[in-house]
Design a protein. Structure first.
Length: 276
């Protein structure tokens, strides 16, 4: 048991390193894919009059319209892809942390087994469930067995030791659940601000068309307004989706944290009640 915390720490450090590499690569790849989509799919000559991307898009061709929205578009596409990549990654990680079965049912079963004094059966259930919640509860149950076999500890010392073990296990497991949520939160702001930047550049083009002597260039004016609106819409969509996913994930993590706290409290209280 003495080596368990060290082993868990090593596993956590490896997981953090892997997650950091994934995040870095995902950001770079998303921007590259966004640029390629903008240049070769939206900028396909078939989307434009006379097969020339410098000309106006064909009537009803939205890919060409988005292409003409300017160089902010590939950045927005990269941010938009990032939202979905990190959302899928978080769904997978949090799903694994929940384990194989329903977390609520698992916690209730553990509480029932602990209340009946079936600690070994509760540990077996943790092995079946797997995931972060089960790992934390199992650590508390193993400590329960250790302190029960140590007559030198009084009830207060034993309950403190169990509580400390659960807190340490939680500190090792929970950070991985919150990993990359900072990126999601950042995308909420960055998406809107980047869209606003595209709006400003588009309006600059529109006003430049109005500022020319004589009759304004209607094509340039329309292109500038179109650029502004397309960038605004893309930025808002990116931020809206990011904030929805962020709230979903924080809610799921709060549920897992509550489940751990609930089971941990049951373990400590059961020990205190049975060793008065």
């Amino acid at each position: 048991m003495a080596n368990a915390p060290k082993t868990s720490t090593i596993k956590t450090e490896k997981s953090n390193s892997t997650s950091n590499v994934f995040a870095s690569l995902a950001i770079i790849i998303c921007f590259v894919v966004g640029a390629l989509v903008w240049r070769y799919i939206m900028g396909d000559p078939n989307n434009f009059v006379d097969g020339d991307p410098a000309n106006r898009p064909k009537e009803g061709n939205y890919l060409g319209m988005v292409y003409h929205a300017g160089y902010v578009v590939p950045v927005l596409l990269g941010l938009f892809l990032m939202v979905w990549v990190f959302a899928i990654e978080r769904f997978i990680v949090i799903g694994r942390a929940s384990g194989k079965g329903n977390v609520g049912n698992f916690v209730r079963k553990i509480q029932s087994l602990i209340g009946g004094g079936n600690i070994d059966s509760a540990i077996s259930e943790c092995d079946k469930q797997q995931g972060s919640v089960a790992n934390v509860i199992k650590a508390g149950l193993l400590k329960y067995k250790d302190v029960s076999a140590n007559p030198a500890l009084d009830t207060e010392q034993a309950t403190v030791a169990i509580q400390k073990e659960i807190e340490e296990a939680t500190a090792l497991e929970m950070p991985m659940l919150e990993k990359n949520l900072t990126i999601m939160a950042t995308l909420v702001s960055i998406g809107t601000l980047t869209g606003l930047l595209g709006t400003v550049t588009g309006m600059i083009k529109a006003f430049s068309a109005l500022a020319t002597g004589g009759a304004p260039d209607s094509a340039q004016l329309a292109n500038g307004i179109s650029e502004a609106l397309i960038n605004t819409a893309t930025g808002i969509a990116t931020s809206a989706i990011a904030i929805v996913f962020y709230n979903i994930f924080t809610s799921k993590i709060d549920t897992l944290t509550y489940s751990i706290d609930e089971a941990g409290f049951s373990i400590v209280q059961t020990y205190a009640a049975s060793h008065k």
